[in-house]
Design a protein around this ligand. Structure first.
Ligand SMILES: [Fe+2]
Ligand SMILES: [Fe+2]
Length: 178
């Protein structure tokens, strides 16, 4: 028993293919990008104090990435989870709540697009968007503890790959539209 445990640990530390498999988790990928979003929101808030125009440029890049991320979740992870459950269960409620929080973020972002960065309203609305997005990221990560159980390792990798493809295509489409 002792030998088996030791052997398993050694493999996981030294086998590069195992490392690649671990990094192809949809949940790890999403959490990684959430951390980037948190940093970007802090940076935009900081830059706004000295240069609102530059903050707006950084915000536009952030917004494209955020929408590409949320739309990719709704095209890959969310429907995959909904297929595993029925209306009214905790999982179903959590996924649907995520969709509504994405919708709220999009509404705030659409309104922000209509305001000049020099207008004091921009700062107030961006702060509300930031609070709303931070709440969503924290809650989604909290739900991941439960959601992980619904995907086998191979399903996790499949959803991860689909998520990356959807996100890339969303980003390209948004950049072409600008
Ligand atoms: Fe997310
Ligand atoms: Fe999300």
């Amino acid at each position: 028993m002792k030998t088996l445990t030791h052997s398993k640990t050694s493999r996981s530390k030294t086998n590069p293919s195992r490392h690649v498999a671990v990094s192809r988790s949809i949940f790890t990928e999403i959490k990684k990008e959430h951390a980037e979003f948190r940093k970007a929101m802090k940076r935009i808030t900081r830059v706004y104090e000295r240069d609102p125009e530059t903050a707006k440029i950084a915000y536009l890049d952030f917004q494209i990435r955020l929408r590409a991320h949320a739309d990719a979740e709704e095209a890959t992870l969310y429907p995959y989870l909904l297929e595993k459950t029925v209306v009214g269960t905790k999982l179903d409620d959590q996924v649907r709540e995520g969709v509504e929080e994405h919708h709220l973020g999009n509404l705030l972002a659409n309104e922000l697009d209509q305001i000049s960065p020099g207008d004091p309203k921009w700062k107030a609305k961006f702060r509300v968007l930031t609070e709303s997005v931070e709440h969503h990221l924290d809650e989604e990560e909290d739900y991941f503890k439960r959601w992980r159980r619904f995907l086998s390792p191979s399903e996790d990798r499949l959803v991860h790959d689909r998520f990356l493809a959807a996100r890339e295509s969303n980003r390209k489409r948004a950049l072409m539209a600008h």
